[in-house]
Write a protein that binds this ligand. Sequence first.
Ligand code: TXA
Ligand code: MG
Length: 327
Amino acid sequence: MTASPTQSDDRLVGPDAAGIAAAGSALRNGKLVAFPSETVYGLGADATNDNAVAAIYAAKGRPTFNPLIVHVASVGAARQFVEFDERAERLCAQFCPGALSLVLPRRADCSLSLLVSAGLDSVAIRIPSHPVAQALLRQCQLPIAAPSANRSGAVSPTRASHVLAGWPDPQADGPALIIDGGACAIGVESTVIDLTTPTTTLLRPGGIALEEIEALVGPVVIATSDDNAPKSPGMLARHYSPDTPVYLNATGGKDGGLFLAFGANDGGSSYNLSPQRNLREAAANLFSLLRRLDALGANSISVAPIPNHGLGRAINDRLSRAATRAF
Ligand code: TXA
Ligand code: MG
């Protein structure tokens, strides 16, 4: 087998002790490091270092009003930076480490860069469960600010090769190192819950289903991106977008375009999010299939309807943003 260009890139390191040590020292030196999590790959920086956090915004072309999630190794570490309430305690006890980000008030003595909050008085905190993310956090002994490791507006990466595709030029201001931990198991980003007011609010559906959260903390209000003042600045309508126009709720390809099926009625398409209609499998496949289909240069990608419960809510959220131009 010949080595692919991906495998020969100097920025790639393995998920072993040597790779983690190199990544930890790059972070301590203010560099950007892309790393796997159970949701998607993150583009990490020392969350206490203003210059390093600023470099994330620059590398992604991310608007500076859009705050970043801060990753820590444990609930104990999270308590250093944000104020917990009863809802946060319950949610963390059940879902942390895992695919949940909690927006909580910054503590008065919070040592995180103000840039992670982008002018808000809150921080989104996440405790990832992926063993490589955990090993990195414990190695560097720093909180790591990390948005998804894609350029702003593009489809999130679920493999190291997707990260490289965002910054093909090693001289560009992208990650200094990328830890290759294989494919992400969940494949959509974390669920973001705002706990800064007495109303529990879903800012972004994600890897933990809304139903599971409501079972613990009661009714959750769903924030919508067409609010005049979106609660989560990241809820821009156009996001997660392939270049190819995307159409939703389709039963087949449009005018000779591609069809991304879900379930047995695939219309002869060889692209299927989950032939068995399994929403976990569909979430895990979503971003890499969108990237693959986008690379084929067809005139359109039509996607089958996805049930809007459990992980289906996160899948539909990402698809509806990918398809903005179709509306
Ligand atoms: O699964 C994930 O969450 C991945 C992995 C790498 O952890 N990260 C991720 O980050 O998706 P990002 O930056 O692509 O999305 C973070 C979302 C954005 O919509 C942002 O606006 C919102 O969280 N957010 C972050 N901090 C916030 C805050 N203080 N208040 C409200 N929303 C916040
Ligand atoms: Mg993102």
